[in-house]
Design a protein around this ligand. Structure first.
Ligand SMILES: Nc1ncnc2c1ncn2[C@@H]1O[C@H](COP(=O)(O)OP(=O)(O)OP(=O)(O)O)[C@@H](O)[C@H]1O
Length: 619
C-alpha cells in the first residue's frame, strides 16, 4: 500500500509540475475542424466544443486542481487547529464560548456550508477554495480540541505547568507536538475529500470559471454529452478518483505506521482540558517564621456526576527547610489532592479553600495570578509517580530541563544547557542523556531526569508524589537516597507522599497519617513502628509484612472500607472499622490534639503506648 501511495502521489506531483508545460499548448489550442469529436488516435478521450483535446486538458488541469485542494485543506486545517487548540489555553469563559461556537458550526453539513460560502464569496477559484477552507474549520477544531484535552490531563503537562511556562509555550511545546501525528493523518485524508469537494463546486459552476479549468469543470463539460460520448466525462472523473485515492492511501499508510509503533502516549478525553484550577479564596493566617510551607485548614471540593465530594477537609501541615515529611494513607485518602492543591494543579471544576497557604513565606492568595505562578514555578518542584508520563515524549531531555530556566531567568541556551548538565550530574546521569528522549531511558533514569528537572529551578520545596511506586525495589532505594542527598545539599524541604508505610518510616523524619481526607496522626518517624497511637496508624503498621512474619498465616489487613466521600457521616471517619470504637465515636469528630510536642492524634481513645500492633490489628 505504501508503494502504491508513493507511486500515485509521485505521478501526481510530476503531472502537476510538467503537465502545463508539455500539454498546455494543445489543451488550449482550438481546432474548428475537430469540434465535439469522439475518441480517436489523435484524441484518445475526444475533443470539446472548441475542438481542444480532452486528455491534454485533464492532464494540464492536474496542477490547479491539486493546488486549490491543498490550499483549501491547509487553510482549513491551520485555522481549525488554532481554534481547537486555543480551547486548551483560554480562560474558562472564553473556552466555553469557543467550544460552544465549534459545536454550533459542526451542526451544519460542511458541503452545504461550502456551497453557501462559495456563493457569498463569489463564484471563482479563490472563492471556492476559501469556502471549502472555512467549511473544514469546525471539523479540525473539534478534533484538535478533543486531542488537546487528552494531553492537558497528562502528568507531563502538569509538570510543565508547575514550571510556570506561559500558555503559548505550553501549547507550542507540550500540546501541539503530542497531537501532531493524528492531526497530520487527518489533514492528509482531508486533502482527498477536499479535492472531491472542490471538483464538486466547479462542477456546479461555483468553482473555477472559464477560461480557467480544473477537473470539476471538465467533468461538467463532459457530462453534457455523456450519453453520446462517455469518455470526455470519464477522463476528469478518473483523474479525481485517482488523486483522491492517492491521498486516502497515504493516510492509511501513515495511520498503519502509527498503529504499529504502539498506542499514543495519551488518551483523548471527552471534556475540555483542566487548565486553570479556580482561584483559591483569599485570606491567610499569621505567617510562621522559617517555614518553607505552611498550610492551615485546607479543603478541596470536587464535582462528580453524583454531586460534589470533599475528599480533603481541614488538612494542616508545615515544613521547615531541609525537613523530610512523609504523608501516608490508603489509596483515596486524599494525599495527591492535598499536593495538587498546594501546587495549584487541581483538576478543572475543583474548589479550594484554606485559612493559610504560604510557600517560602509568601501568601499565595495575596499574589497576582502571574506572580503566584512564577512563585510556585521557582519555589516548588513536583515529582510525579510515573516518570514515563510525567516527561513529554516528544521532547529531548535537554529541552525539558532547560525550558523553565530559559522562561523564568531568561538564561541563554548555552547557559541553561550547562545548568542542565550539572543537574544531571547531581542525579548521577551523564550529560549524554541530554540528547535522549524519554523512551530511550529506563524507569529509574526517567525519574532521575524528573528530579533533575525539579532541581533546575532550585526549589525550596519538593513534593514527591509516590515517586518510587512505579520503580523496582533496588531503584526505589537509589531514588530515596538521591532525595536525601538533595535535601542535605540544597536544604530543600521534601513532602514525600506514599502508601508504603515501611518506606516512609525509614526515609522520612516525621509522618503525617491521612485517612478519609483528614490528618489523623502526626508523629516522628522513629516512633511509627511502636509508638503510634491512632488505631488506624497501628493497623497500617501491622499490615506491613516483614521477613519474620509467619508465612502460613494470612497477612493482616484492615477490615472494611474507607467512607464513601458522597455520603459523609458525622463522627470519627475511622469509627466503622475501629477496634477501639465506643458509642461516642460515631457522633463526634475527634480533633487533632497534642499528645507530645511532636505527636498529635485525632482519636477519642488512642491506643496505649505499650500496646502491641499485631494485637491491635487482631482485635
Ligand atoms: N478529578 C477527580 N474527580 C472526582 N474525584 C476525584 C478526583 N480526583 C480524586 N478524586 C477522589 O478523591 C479522593 C482522594 O483522591 P487522591 O488521589 O487524593 O487519593 P490518594 O490518597 O492520593 O490515593 P492514591 O494513593 O491512590 O493516589 C478519592 O476518593 C478519589 O477517587
Amino acid at each position: 500500500m505504501a508503494w502504491a501511495a508513493a507511486v500515485m502521489l509521485a505521478s501526481l506531483v510530476v503531472l502537476a509540475l510538467v503537465g502545463p508545460l508539455v500539454w498546455g499548448a494543445s489543451a488550449d489550442r482550438p481546432d474548428a475542424s475537430a469540434v465535439l469529436q469522439g475518441p480517436s488516435v489523435g484524441h484518445p478521450f475526444g475533443t470539446d466544443n472548441l475542438g481542444r483535446d480532452v486528455l491534454a486538458r485533464v492532464l494540464t488541469a492536474t496542477r490547479p486542481s491539486l493546488l486549490l485542494a491543498l490550499a483549501a485543506v491547509l487553510l482549513g486545517a491551520g485555522a481549525g487547529i488554532l481554534l481547537g487548540a486555543s480551547t486548551a489555553v483560554l480562560g474558562r469563559r472564553a473556552r466555553r464560548l469557543t467550544a460552544g461556537l465549534i459545536n454550533l458550526l459542526l451542526a451544519f453539513p460542511a458541503l452545504l456550508v461550502a456551497m453557501f460560502l462559495a456563493v457569498v464569496f463569489g463564484a471563482g477559484a479563490a472563492g471556492a477554495m476559501l469556502a471549502l477552507a472555512a467549511a473544514g474549520v469546525p471539523g479540525f477544531a473539534r478534533l484538535t480540541q478533543t486531542l488537546a484535552a487528552g494531553v492537558a490531563g497528562t502528568d507531563h503537562l502538569a509538570a510543565a505547568r508547575v514550571l510556570g511556562l506561559g500558555r503559548l509555550r505550553l501549547l507550542g511545546r507540550h500540546v501541539l507536538p503530542n497531537i501532531a501525528e493524528p492531526l497530520l493523518l487527518s489533514t492528509t485524508t482531508a486533502a482527498g475529500t477536499s479535492l472531491v469537494a472542490l471538483s464538486g463546486l466547479s462542477f456546479l459552476g461555483l468553482g473555477v470559471q472559464p477560461p480557467g479549468y480544473d477537473w470539476g469543470q471538465l467533468l461538467n463539460q463532459g457530462l453534457d454529452r455523456v450519453y453520446a460520448e462517455p469518455l470526455p466525462a470519464l477522463a476528469p472523473g478518473l483523474a479525481i478518483l485517482y488523486a483522491a485515492l492517492a491521498f486516502q492511501l497515504l493516510g492509511e499508510v501513515l495511520a498503519g505506521n502509527a498503529a504499529r509503533r504502539g498506542p499514543a502516549p495519551r488518551t483523548p478525553a471527552p471534556t475540555p482540558a483542566p487548565w486553570g484550577s479556580p482561584r483559591p479564596k483569599a485570606g491567610g493566617g499569621p505567617a510562621e517564621e522559617g517555614l518553607v510551607l505552611q498550610v492551615e485548614d485546607l479543603h478541596v471540593e470536587l464535582p462528580t456526576p453524583d454531586g460534589p465530594i470533599r475528599p480533603v477537609h481541614g488538612v494542616s501541615l508545615a515544613l521547615r527547610p531541609g525537613e523530610i515529611v512523609g504523608l501516608v494513607g490508603e489509596s483515596g485518602s486524599g494525599k495527591s489532592l492535598t499536593a495538587l492543591a498546594i501546587a495549584d494543579l487541581l483538576p478543572y471544576g475543583a474548589r479550594v479553600s484554606r485559612r493559610t497557604l504560604r510557600l517560602l513565606g509568601a501568601d499565595l492568595a495575596a499574589l497576582a495570578p502571574k506572580e503566584r505562578d512564577r512563585h510556585l514555578a521557582t519555589g516548588l518542584a513536583m515529582i510525579f509517580q510515573n516518570p514515563a508520563s510525567a516527561l513529554n515524549p516528544a521532547l529531548r531531555v535537554a529541552t525539558q530541563l532547560t525550558e523553565a530556566v530559559r522562561a523564568h531567568r531568561g538564561a541563554s541556551r548555552a547557559q541553561a544547557t550547562a545548568e542542565a548538565a550539572e543537574a544531571l550530574r547531581r542525579v548521577a546521569l551523564p550529560p549524554a542523556v541530554l540528547r535522549s528522549r524519554p523512551h530511550q531511558l529506563s524507569g529509574g533514569q526517567r525519574q532521575r531526569v524528573m528530579i533533575a528537572s525539579g532541581l533546575m529551578v532550585r526549589p525550596g520545596l519538593i513534593i514527591a508524589d509516590e515517586p518510587t511506586t512505579a520503580l523496582d525495589v533496588t531503584v526505589q532505594r537509589e531514588i530515596t537516597r538521591l532525595l536525601s542527598e538533595i535535601r542535605r545539599d540544597t536544604s530543600a524541604a521534601i513532602l514525600f507522599i506514599s502508601h508504603d508505610v515501611a518506606l516512609v518510616g525509614e526515609f522520612c523524619e516525621s509522618i503525617l497519617v491521612m485517612y478519609a481526607g483528614t490528618i489523623v496522626e502526626t508523629l516522628p518517624a522513629d516512633r511509627l513502628a511502636d509508638g503510634a497511637r491512632h488505631p488506624y496508624t497501628r493497623a497500617l503498621v501491622a499490615s506491613v509484612p516483614d521477613l519474620t512474619a509467619d508465612r502460613d498465616r494470612p497477612l493482616p489487613t484492615i477490615d472494611g472500607a474507607p467512607p464513601d466521600p458522597l455520603t459523609p457521616a458525622p463522627g470519627c471517619p475511622f469509627e466503622p472499622r475501629c477496634p477501639r470504637r465506643r458509642g461516642h465515636c460515631a457522633d463526634h469528630t475527634p480533633p487533632l490534639e497534642d499528645l507530645a510536642a511532636d505527636h498529635r492524634v485525632a482519636c477519642w481513645y488512642p491506643v496505649p503506648v505499650a500496646a502491641d500492633p499485631e494485637t491491635v490489628a487482631a482485635s
